[in-house]
Design a protein around this ligand. Sequence first.
Ligand code: F6R
Length: 244
Amino acid sequence: MQLKIYDDHHKLSDAVADEIMSLVKTKPGAVLCLASGETPRLTCQLFVQKVKNEKLDISQLTMIGLDEWVNIPPSNEGSCHYFFKNELINPLHIPEKQVHLFDAMSDKLENECRRMDALIRNNGGIDLMIVGIGMNGHIGFNEPGVSFDNYSHVIDLDETTLTVGQKYFKSKATLQKGITLGLKHLQESKKVLLLANGAKKAGVVTKTVEEEVTNTFPASIMQTHANGFVMVDREAASLLKQKN
Ligand code: F6R
């Protein structure tokens, strides 16, 4: 794992958008997995601008959504579906067949998990996985205590996730479970970028990078990835001992 520190969220997001651009240029049929949430929003917006400016052909790219709130419909502005529609699918007119998101309204969530696992396998694995980090150290909805060996699964959400997660919703949402890719997917991804910005993420960034690798703090798994990058802004890096 390597640590990269940027002056601010914009510079960080610009670097991540450039990563996606160069992935598509070197491998047009790449598989890209993305988290939703506040952290990668600017990355998506900058990527959209870059694709339009350079008229980049993304017609062979496969996109995979990292996770979804169970029982929250795609029309809800707090859903991951809504994020992808708003930030990428609509602005870039990406055909539905190129984008694979969990159907968290399904009454067969186990089948959804196996469908996503098979899709990733059949496409040769994930080339680039871009994730955020929760205030409890979760990645996707891989909550504290999760097995590092899981592929896609349905999980009871941790108290912190239930509380912090309300920030995405206009009115109080009933959150209980999440459906998510697993940390085995992360370990098997050819490259992983974990992004964090802002002073409120400084504590979790330090735990991710400088403390023990443990499933009680899932993001610490980043330390074990040979091609993993923790990309943070100065504020999120402010509590790190190693700042270079
Ligand atoms: C969302 C997801 C979550 C977030 C994390 C940080 O798809 O996978 O794990 O990445 O909770 O969220 P933000 O970026 O809103 O601080």
